[in-house]
Write a protein that binds this ligand. Structure first.
Ligand code: SF4
Ligand code: F3S
Ligand code: FES
Length: 232
C-alpha cells in the first residue's frame, strides 16, 4: 500500500522553526512506523534524526507523537493508522533535532525520586525474601521502560517542565511499596514538594499513553494516599 508520512523536522543549525516534510512510501500494512522512518532515512534523507535501539518495545527510546498520540514507533503498525501518518517529537522537552528531544530533564526528575533500593540493615547472607503478595503490590510499576510517553503527554508537564511527572512517580511507587525498601519516607518527602505529585490533576493522559499498560494514574493516586495516610 502507498502511504504519506509527514514528519515534523527541525535542524537547529539551519532552521528557524520546525516544518513538516512529506514522503510517499510503498509499505506493507504490517510494517511499523519505525520501518517507515528507516525507509525515509535510508532511501530519501540520511539526515533524518531519531532514536531507537531494540525495535521491540523494550528499550523505550523511540517514543513519538504518532497521529497525535504518544506511542513507541516500533510498536505501531501502519494498518492501524491509515494512509496519512504524522510523526512529531514528544512534547514538553527541548527538541535537539527532528525526532530527538533532550531527555536530561526527564531523567533528572527520575533520579530525584531515588529510584533504587534503600535498605540500611546489615547485608543478609542470602536474598532479602518477599512473599508473592508483597511483590504483587508494586508489580505493575516494575514494568516501566522510561520511554517518557506518559510525562510528555501530561498537560501539567507541558505548562510546567519542573513538575516531576508521572514517570518519576511511577518509579517512586515501585520502591515505596517494596517491602524490602526503607526509603519511602524520604521519597514521599521529595514528592510532597511544590513540583511533586500534588501537581497531578488526574488528567489520565499518562495512563492512555503508556505502552506497557501500567495504570499510571492509579499508581499516582496510591502514592498520594500513602502520603496522606502517613501524615494522618
Ligand atoms: Fe513509559 Fe509507561 Fe514508564 Fe511512563 S510509565 S515512562 S509511559 S513505560
Ligand atoms: Fe498528568 Fe497523568 Fe496526572 S496526565 S495530570 S500525571 S493523571
Ligand atoms: Fe526500543 Fe522501540 S526501539 S522500544
Amino acid at each position: 500500500m502507498q502511504v504519506t508520512i509527514k514528519i515534523k523536522r527541525f535542524n537547529p543549525e539551519q532552521d528557524k522553526r520546525p516544518y513538516w516534510a512529506e514522503y510517499r512510501l510503498m509499505v506493507a500494512p504490517t510494517d511499523r512506523v519505525l520501518d517507515l522512518l528507516h525507509q525515509v532515512k535510508w532511501e530519501f534523507d540520511g539526515t533524518l534524526a531519531l532514536r531507537r535501539s531494540c525495535a521491540h518495545g523494550i528499550c523505550g527510546s523511540d517514543a513519538m507523537l504518532i497521529n497525535g498520540v504518544n506511542r513507541l514507533a516500533c510498536k505501531v503498525l501502519v494498518k492501524d493508522l491509515g494512509e496519512v501518518i504524522s510523526v512529531e517529537p514528544i512534547r514538553g522537552l527541548p527538541v535537539l533535532k527532528d525526532l530527538i528531544v533532550d531527555m536530561e530533564p526527564f531523567f533528572d526528575a527520575y533520579k530525584a525520586v531515588l529510584p533504587y533500593l534503600i535498605n540500611n540493615d546489615p547485608i543478609p547472607p542470602g536474598e532479602r525474601l518477599q512473599s508473592p503478595e508483597e511483590r504483587a503490590v508494586f508489580d505493575e510499576t516494575t514494568k516501566c521502560i522510561l520511554c517518557a510517553a506518559c510525562t510528555t503527554s501530561c498537560p501539567v508537564f507541558w505548562t510546567n517542565g519542573r513538575y516531576l511527572g508521572p514517570a518519576a512517580i511511577v518509579n517512586a511507587h515501585r520502591f515505596i511499596f517494596d517491602s524490602r525498601d526503607q526509603g519511602a519516607a524520604e521519597r514521599l518527602e521529595i514528592l510532597n514538594q511544590s513540583n511533586g505529585l500534588w501537581r497531578c490533576r488526574t488528567a489520565y493522559n499518562c495512563t492512555e499513553a503508556c505502552p506497557r499498560d501500567i495504570p499510571v494514574t492509579r499508581a499516582i493516586e496510591e502514592v498520594k494516599r500513602e502520603l496522606l495516610w502517613r501524615r494522618a
